[in-house]
Design a protein around this ligand. Structure first.
Ligand code: BES
Ligand code: ZN
Ligand code: ZN
Length: 490
């Protein structure tokens, strides 16, 4: 879809739909120019009726009184509560409505006098529109219609154009992450994840290394090989490197990519097991970030590490009771083969730290059901050992609307993963603090390197029965891509 910013008077714009934002209890939409009195009356009447409630939509036919065929009014809610999230969600609503009306082209008016700064408002509008239009129809005969053109009408297009293009790149990277995450588990096995990384690397000039099962075994990746040994789809470790700055230690990003999590020998119940195709979402987030970072040419060094396995029950599977040796050197006793994510992440984190001596390491994982119990499906769990990282993450979370909530980690939690027979065990004591004991297992691998862990079990896809947002349609959300791009840009 083409999105451009242009300096055109709204009433001169020939367009199928001219969209204005409205605040609650205001009489007129933002940026409404002097207009034909009949149209003005119709606009005022509809503003009265919808009251500018957040998410409300109203369509007025112009009957040739202006070049635009329709005027669309979109409510943003109470003036003092208008923020980027409201703008992103409302812009998504407009785009969905326009598609429904089988219109292919529309315009949005963003006046100077608006409660939010123009550059960040542009960002929210472009994200809301691009992200809401994503749909996973690869395997359907009937494809969704595609919108072709959006013009954002502003007062100074020169200053605005590069914000439009940055927001487009980031949104496309989120949609790229979604499109891999949504793939079915028979199609997207670890080798397939590796193919995506290779072709991204070839297109975007990244360095790509893939470690095979034998190499992983030789090099001592005990976690990845143990989890992967039950499946005929062999495990892979995917490494992508982007160099945007000379002589600086990189930020390492690690993403869990379990292409299907049956639980293994500690098998999961059948209900909703199909959703465990989304257990690769952390890895997909890292792929999305690598795409965006390289296309935006950010002046940073980034390494993406994606351990990818399929967790299956079979005669070759690892078992409860097994003791394995992790890449970092600790031994781990397996108490539940369904707690597989922390095993492959521990290997990847240790490898990232040893190989790249990073200034910070961030990981993304659909790690625990306990995180959903604690925080629900709209907020990711977040654990860190470093206050600078915490502050940066919180700021990026506020700016992007990708919500996180910090969970504590202290020695009491570290004690909960001590094992009688090995250094640590892969579950805590009982079910208490499940999201934190999982993080404690990872903390064992990172030591004092500045680290943030994101448990995206609730936020990585729209859970059955939970509410979708306009810009997060059904399926994978690509959670984390926008937050990390903001983090790396600031
Ligand atoms: N991939 C799951 C976590 C998960 C479950 C994410 C549901 C999203 C929705 C993870 O591998 C897992 O099964 N964790 C176990 C850990 C337990 C055995 C300690 C869990 O959360 O039940
Ligand atoms: Zn599991
Ligand atoms: Zn899992």
């Amino acid at each position: 879809m083409m999105i451009n910013a242009e300096k055109t008077q709204p009433l001169k714009k020939k367009t199928k739909a001219l969209c204005f934002f409205v605040a609650e209890k205001s009489e007129e939409p933002f940026g409404l120019p002097k207009i034909d009195s009949k149209l003005l009356a119709a606009i005022k009447q509809s503003v009265k009726e919808t009251k500018g409630k957040r998410g409300s939509l109203y369509i007025i036919h112009t009957h040739g009184l202006i070049p635009a065929e329709k005027i669309v009014l979109v409510g943003l809610g109470q003036t003092h509560k208008i923020n980027h999230e409201a703008l992103r969600a409302s812009s998504g609503k407009i785009a969905k409505k326009i598609t429904e009306l089988e219109i292919r082209e529309f315009s949005i008016v963003l006046p100077d006098k608006f409660p939010l700064k123009t550059d960040s408002a542009i960002n929210a509008i472009v994200e809301g529109v691009s992200l809401s239009l994503y749909s996973f129809d690869k395997h359907k005969k009937e494809k969704n219609p595609v919108l072709q053109n959006l013009s954002i009408l502003v007062s100074d297009e020169v200053k605005i154009s590069h914000h439009v293009s940055k927001a487009k790149t980031v949104s496309e990277s989120v949609n790229f992450a979604r499109s891999i995450a949504n793939l079915p588990p028979n199609e997207c096995v670890p080798a397939h994840m590796a193919e995506f990384a290779k072709s991204l690397a070839a297109k975007n000039k990244l360095k790509c290394t893939i470690l095979s099962k034998n190499e992983l075994r030789q090099k001592g990746f005990g976690g990845i090989t143990a989890v992967g040994q039950g499946s005929k789809n062999e495990p892979k470790l995917i490494i992508l490197e982007y160099n945007g700055k000379k002589d600086e230690s990189p930020t390492v990003l690690v993403g869990k990519a379990v292409t299907f999590d049956t639980g293994g020998i500690s098998i999961k119940p059948a209900e909703k097991m199909d959703e465990m195709k989304f257990d690769k979402c952390g890895g997909c987030t890292v792929l999305g970030i690598m795409k965006a970072v390289s296309e935006l040419k950010l002046p940073v060094n980034i390494v993406g590490i994606i351990p990818s396995v399929e967790n299956m029950p079979s005669g070759e599977s690892y078992r409860p009771g097994d003791i394995i040796k992790l890449y970092g050197g600790s031994t781990a006793e397996i108490h539940n083969t369904d707690a597989e994510g922390r095993l492959i992440l521990s290997d990847a984190l240790s490898y990232g730290i040893k190989t790249y001596k990073p200034k910070a390491i961030l990981d993304f994982a659909t790690l625990t059901g306990a995180c959903i119990v604690a925080l629900g499906a709209n907020v990711a769990g977040f654990v860190s050992n470093n206050n600078n990282v915490v502050n940066k993450v919180k700021r990026s979370s506020d700016r992007t609307g990708e919500e996180v909530w910090q969970l504590p980690l202290n020695d009491d939690y570290m004690d909960m993963i001590k094992s009688d027979n090995a250094d640590i065990k892969n579950v805590g004591t009982g079910r208490a603090a499940g999201a934190i004991t999982a993080a404690a297992f990872l903390a064992n691998a990172v030591g004092t390197v500045p680290w943030a862990h994101f448990d995206i079990a609730g936020t990585a896809w729209i859970q059955t029965g939970s509410k979708e947002k306009s810009y997060n349609p059904k399926g994978a959300t690509g959670f984390g891509v926008r937050l990390v791009i903001d983090y790396l840009s600031s």
